[in-house]
Design a binder for this molecule. Structure first.
Ligand code: GRF
Length: 266
């Protein structure tokens, strides 16, 4: 029998994408197995979904960690191997116009929470980490510890918009409010930026005049439930390759981007 891909999942909410992945695994539609489900939110319903299938779960309560650090920074110090300057140099979540103190606070509080996450994840051997409605951005501290092989990223995310349009927390809402005539969802690898990593797969749907945010969200989610398992299966089959492409642009300029090549089966 073919070896299954061990998948860890992180969620923040209802977990319908998690459910779609669990179902695809159980029905043998994908060669994968979920080995843990973690959440930053103690009330995430997705944790209960995981429990039903006896999947190990854990919570790292980001909100409480961030509050504790604000109240008493010495009580919760950053991990020993954390170096603020390195993190600030690597990160691409914030632009130069962001208050530097805010960026520093973010890097420190996240590294503390992320070190806890890594500790919780340690007992499980996972090949791929999927973010299924995990509403926290990672700092480079976490990403570098999971992505140990530069050739093959190990963190996937699903985003409710056709990236690179509408990154951020409300993809369907932003798509609707902008007046788009198509919407969609994107599965991508996670890099240091916000929803900016190499795109693995996308699905699009039409937006009609009678649509509302709720109706497009409903349509979009149905596509997400198909797309995410498909992308995980491509990963399981070893068919995703990240390559850096450089393009010649106008005025002698070049543009470089890491893109995903989908290799043929077999
Ligand atoms: C999905 O729309 C996903 O694209 C976004 O958050 C939502 C999570 O939904 N990142 P669920 O928790 O999987 O139901």
């Amino acid at each position: 029998m073919k070896k299954k891909l061990n998948v860890g999942a992180l969620i923040s909410g209802g977990g319908t994408n998690l459910q779609a992945i669990i179902d695809a695994c159980r029905r043998g539609k994908i060669d994968a197995k979920i080995v843990f489900v973690g959440s930053d939110n103690p009330d995430a319903y997705g944790i209960q979904r995981a429990g039903k299938y006896h999947i190990p779960t854990f919570i790292v309560d980001y909100r409480s960690i961030i509050r504790q650090v604000k109240e008493n920074p010495s009580a919760l110090p950053p991990p020993d191997d954390f170096d603020l300057q390195t993190q600030l140099q690597k990160q691409t979540l914030f632009g130069s116009d962001t208050d530097p103190q805010r960026v520093r606070d973010f890097m420190i509080t996240r590294a503390i929470a992320e070190a806890r996450l890594l500790e919780e994840m340690k007992p499980y051997k996972f090949d791929l980490l999927v973010l299924a409605g995990f509403m926290r951005n990672f700092s480079p501290y976490f990403i570098d510890k999971v992505n140990t092989n530069p050739e093959l990223p190990r963190i996937m995310n699903i985003h409710p918009a056709l990236l690179p349009s509408f990154p951020g927390v409300d993809g369907y809402g932003d798509t609707f409010r902008y007046g788009c005539k198509v919407g969609g969802c994107t599965v991508h690898f996670v890099d240091y930026g916000e929803d900016s990593g190499p795109i693995i797969g996308q699905r699009a749907f039409k937006i009609f005049p009678h649509d509302t945010i709720e109706s497009i969200k409903e349509r979009g989610l149905k596509l997400e439930w198909e797309l995410y398992p498909e992308c995980i299966q491509l990963y399981a089959e070893g068919r995703l390759k990240v390559v850096r492409k450089t393009y010649q642009m106008r005025a002698g300029k070049t543009w470089t981007r890491a893109v995903v090549e989908i290799l043929p089966p077999g």
